[in-house]
Design a protein around this ligand. Structure first.
Ligand code: HEM
Length: 132
């Protein structure tokens, strides 16, 4: 990722944070609609999961400029996901649901450059998780 892309991701995430709860609702509704087979992997009650996802995303986004320092934590997260029964092909619908959520949450602020930067950020994270 370029430094400009990292700044774009961080600045746009700041705008999503105030509506984190809504964003998490939108994200999982969209995921379960577009990839229903993923629903069974998650617990019935999604409240805790929604919080964990936003905290992890915040940590990753904040530390994108020093990705090397969070790489071991991201790799460990990837290994835990294997244990949850997550397969490599499920990372694509999750990425698509994330981009869709950002588009809904950011509206006109979700510019093509911002979308490209997020695509790069998710690809980096998902790549590190699946290679772990
Ligand atoms: C960049 C990508 C992702 C991030 C940042 C992320 C983040 C997280 C976090 C923080 C947790 C909490 C548990 C833990 O820390 O181990 C978690 C759990 C989980 N994630 Fe992900 N995740 C990602 C991708 C995916 C994908 C692609 C799937 C596939 C559907 C998935 C399904 C799950 C499931 C099933 C759980 C466990 C739920 C439970 O039993 O409590 N995640 N994820």
């Amino acid at each position: 990722m370029t430094p400009e892309q990292i700044t774009l991701v961080q600045a746009s995430f700041q705008k999503v944070m105030p509506i984190a709860g809504t964003a998490a609702d939108l994200f999982y509704d969209r995921l379960f609609e577009t990839a229903p087979q993923t629903r069974a992997l998650f617990p019935q009650d999604m409240a805790e999961q929604k919080k964990k996802l936003m905290v992890m995303l915040a940590t990753a986004v904040t530390n994108l400029h020093k990705f090397d320092t969070i790489l071991p934590a991201v790799q460990a997260l990837g290994q835990r996901h294997k244990g949850y029964g997550v397969t490599a092909d499920q990372y694509a619908p999750v990425g698509a649901a994330l981009l869709w959520t950002l588009e809904k949450g950011l509206g006109p602020d979700f510019t093509p450059e911002t979308k490209a930067a997020w695509t790069e950020a998710y690809t980096t994270l998902a790549g590190a998780m699946t290679n772990a």
